[in-house]
Design a protein around this ligand. Structure first.
Ligand code: ARG
Ligand code: ZN
Length: 861
């Protein structure tokens, strides 16, 4: 800890106590004004415990008055602190009226009520409601809300909040006055308010029981045509949840608003989702296939929260994975059903193997149910969300799809309208499965990435196959001791002359053996098929084994994974061999050529099979990351493939043609495979004109980005020309300019520093907009390993300066940005020193946010 900072205290899961007061009803009135919005809050309070004063959370509020049962209180009746208001004497039951003022215009943290351009909007999860009014701002206090919003009638045609609209009129001052009522009791973090002028897309959905739900999507004026994909996605999500889990929507109206300033992806506020516009707006010209995919999955995610999150919410924030892990799992299953299931799974696996494994190996390591939190916003992590989803997936694998679905049903019935815990969820699963899940619970409390070691022995004389598995979880920053977990290991046995066999092995000890009788030939074992558990795998494979799996495994994920393992090994050999070049087997080239010549019907899959693992995936396979050697090996092999396969790459590329843009599976795959070919071809000097042609001929953003990315990665001379054209063509579209910023910031050459500086002066760049900041600086720190990890520390310095500049404006975004620096221990001495220096510079500032403080101090400890 740096000397001039006070220790700040974390909250612990074990300190949980039930709320001392309940609130049955909340009546809120907002008189909107950018500088001084007046918030009047009337709370119906009931005491649950004797002898405690009423303590309400509140931050950055200007208190105007408090009245208890109609009696104004004076300053001897209460105490006001920086983040709370304590009322000393409160009866068993009472009505508390609090008036305060807030300044949305100056709210750059984008938590509470803030302005996104001219639009007023809110973000209350996790602890943002306390910036709107004094309240027990914790998820286990559920109340029924009535909301009145008043604002200038002409400038604010739409005044929105949760639930159903009760009334609307214009008052004598020319203000629009709209009243809302949400019949479902909810915690404060699900409260939402929006005021603005929009284009509105409307539709309706008839639920399985025949109720009509009005759907309304609010977007910036002029953007109406870009909203239709999101709205269609919403209907698909509503239908999917009915079909898969029998879950129906419960209000008569479902609203989604797209705003341009947003810290995260989107928010599931009851009946009124608020979205980062990046995850709503799309058309062929401006959005990529990936953007379309993300929109569908996030629209689904927020919709699915209506049951897993809203109807049943979290008791406390340590339980965040209860709703997030589960809802990510649900959105993954939805995406898998809407498109290519294999591709969805590959995406999920990549994320675990990069960001999640990195988090487990970092000073911020935590279990999916964290035990200690200083700033809750720091725990909206890939561990809680995505490893959380993997844990749910393992449960489904262990119990089977049907039992799992029954368990979910029971959990939702049992806890409908309540704030629940991860244990409640597991209990419901255990009850339907009649299976003891006590060892499985460890996945919730133990952090770290288990290492699975697999081996096989075949005894021909006895026709026996003996498989052995061992598990070991290395200590993490937060936990030294680890226990054996229950790990479902799916396998496939591939034989030469007979049909393959698939099995599920349960590993629940440190080491275990599995005997298979009647096996008449030695198989190749596909371990951890479909990535059946979020673990690292060490298996004894020969090159031939891996290429065989890549050709023959039933599971597409396993085929892709075999290629990833193949390359990981070659690169590891290259990294450790001193200068001598590692040879590649002829069988490899034959296989790759075969795929290029016969890309099959699943071209996206073929594209994945042809793609080398990226830097981040490889880096997680080393304790000490050999930055330079990894980068040079990747580029050597990429170059080699391009040279050796030039002809089949070219023919494949030329053979792939689509009609006019459509976001449709087959076309998506085709564009993806074409982009992979182009990427290799760009490595070869003769192919420079191809980049230009691809760019010029493109009628959609996916192909345009493919050309730009290939030019950028191959350091082609034409990159500057293309990116300049791109920037001028899209200079007025912020979401597309984000793509431009990201391309500029992730270019591998050292001109990147100057280029970033130039972009900071672009009229659309703003330090106050998280999308802009991330487009430039996350792209730089996460997708530009060459320049971010420069040995002279210039990359680290740029990130530290950026983080410090951002922290006073938006601590959440600043704290996310600092993440790559935290893992300094995993680099060579020289880089360690420079990363530490950058962190110390941040820690040395006297008034950094809690967000930043928690992460930086954990890292420097
Ligand atoms: N619950 C939102 C989701 O769907 C995330 C909101 C988190 N926001 C925050 N500022 N921590 O995933
Ligand atoms: Zn969520």
């Amino acid at each position: 800890m740096s000397e001039n900072s006070l220790p700040r205290t974390a909250k612990r899961l074990t300190d949980y106590t039930a709320p001392a007061f309940s609130i049955s009803h909340v009546d809120l009135c907002f008189e909107l004004d950018a500088e001084a919005t007046r918030v009047t809050s009337v709370l119906q309070i009931k005491r649950n415990r004797a002898d405690v004063p009423l303590k309400l959370d509140g931050q950055q509020l200007t208190l105007i008055s408090i009245a208890l049962d109609g009696q104004l209180l004076d300053t001897t009746d209460y105490q006001l602190d920086a983040d709370s208001l304590t009322v000393f004497t409160v009866a068993q039951q009472c009505e508390l009226t609090i008036i305060c003022d807030i300044a949305p215009q100056h709210n750059t943290a984008l938590e509470g009520l803030y302005m996104a351009g001219n639009t007023y909007c809110t973000q209350c999860e996790a602890e943002g409601f306390r910036r709107i009014s004094y309240f027990p701002d914790r998820p286990d206090v559920l109340a029924e809300y009535k909301v009145t919003i008043k604002a200038d009638a002409e400038r604010y045609p739409y005044l929105l909040s949760n639930g159903n609209k009760v009334s609307e009129h214009i008052d004598s001052d020319g203000r629009r006055v709209v009243q809302w009522h949400d019949p479902f009791p909810k915690p404060s973090y699900l409260f939402a308010l929006v005021a603005g002028d929009f284009d509105v897309l409307t539709d309706k959905f008839i639920t399985q029981s025949g109720r009509e739900v009005s759907l309304q999507l609010f977007v910036d004026k002029g953007a109406i045509t870009k909203g239709s994909f999101a709205l269609e996605s919403l209907k698909r999500a509503m239908q999917w949840d009915e079909q898969r889990y029998g879950l129906e929507y419960d209000l008569d109206i479902y609203m989604v608003v797209a705003v341009d300033f947003f810290n995260m992806g989107a928010m599931e506020n009851k009946g009124l989702n608020i979205f980062n516009s990046k995850y709503v707006l799309a058309d062929a010209a401006s959005a990529t296939d990936r953007d379309y995919f993300n929109i569908e999955s996030i629209i689904g995610h927020e919709y699915f929260h209506n049951w897993t999150g809203n109807r049943v919410t979290c008791r406390d924030w340590f339980q965040l994975s209860l709703k997030e892990g589960l809802t990510v799992f649900r959105d993954q299953e939805f995406s898998a059903d809407m498109g290519s299931a294999t591709l969805c799974r590959i995406d999920a696996v990549k994320l675990i193997r990069t960001a999640q494994f990195a988090e487990d190996a970092s000073p911020m390591a935590h279990p999916i149910r964290p035990e200690q939190v200083l700033e809750m916003n720091n725990f909206y992590t890939v561990t809680v969300y995505d490893k959380g989803a993997e844990v749910i997936r393992m449960l489904q694998t262990l119990l089977g799809r049907d039992t799992f679905a029954k368990g979910l049903k029971l959990y939702l019935q049992r806890h409908d309208g309540q704030a629940a815990t991860c244990d409640d969820f597991l209990q419901a699963m255990q009850d339907v499965a009649a299976q003891d899940l006590s060892q499985f619970r460890l996945w919730y409390s133990q952090s770290g990435t288990p290492l699975l070691t697999a081996a096989q022995r075949y005894d021909a004389t006895r026709s026996q196959l003996i498989l052995s598995l061992a598990q070991q979880t290395p200590p993490t920053a937060d936990q030294a001791e680890k226990q054996p977990l229950l790990i479902p290991v799916q396998i496939e046995l591939l034989f030469n002359t007979q049909a393959s066999q698939r099995h599920l092995l349960l590993l629940n000890e440190s080491e275990q053996q599995y005997l298979f009788e009647g096996i008449t030939e030695a198989p190749v074992v596909v371990w951890l098929e479909h990535f059946s558990a979020p673990v690292k795998l060490a298996a004894q494979y020969s090159d031939d084994d891996l290429l065989l799996i890549a050709r023959q495994a039933t599971d597409g994920v396993a085929r892709w994974d075999a290629m990833q393992q193949f390359w990981s090994r070659k690169i590891a050999q290259q990294v450790t061999s001193n200068a001598s070049e590692v040879a590649l087997p002829a069988a490899l080239f034959k296989l790759l050529q075969h795929w290029l010549e016969q890309p099959g019907t699943d071209m996206a899959m073929t594209a994945e099979l042809l793609t080398l693992p990226d830097f981040d995936t490889l880096a997680e396979q080393y304790q000490l990351i050999p930055v330079d050697k990894l980068l040079s090996s990747i580029s050597r092999f990429k170059q080699l493939l391009a040279e050796q396969l030039a002809r089949p790459l070219s023919s494949c590329y030329n053979a792939l043609k689509t009609g006019p843009y459509q976001y449709q599976d087959n076309d998506v795959g085709l564009r993806k495979l074409r982009a992979v070919c182009l990427n290799y071809l760009a490595q070869l000097n003769d192919n420079q004109p191809l980049l230009h042609t691809h760019y010029v001929n493109s009628d959609n953003m996916t192909d345009t980005m493919a050309a730009l990315a290939a030019a950028q990665q191959s350091k082609a001379a034409v990159f500057n020309e293309l990116i300049a054209d791109f920037a001028s063509r899209w200079q007025h579209d912020a979401l597309v300019m984000d793509k431009c910023f990201a391309l500029v910031a992730s270019q591998p050459g050292e001109q990147v520093f100057e280029a970033i500086d130039t972009m900071l002066t672009h009229p659309l760049f703003s330090w106050k907009n998280p999308n802009r900041v991330r487009a430039l600086f996350s792209a730089f720190s996460l997708r530009n390993p060459q320049q971010f990890h420069r040995i002279d520390g210039k990359g680290y310095q740029l990130l530290a300066d950026t983080v410090l500049r951002l922290d006073p404006l938006n601590p959440q975004v600043a704290a996310r940005l600092v993440t790559p620096l935290l893992s300094w221990r995993r680099f060579d001495d020289e880089r360690q020193q420079r990363m530490r220096a950058a962190l110390q510079q941040i820690a040395g500032q006297s008034s950094i946010s809690n967000d930043l403080y928690e992460k930086v101090n954990r890292s420097l400890d």
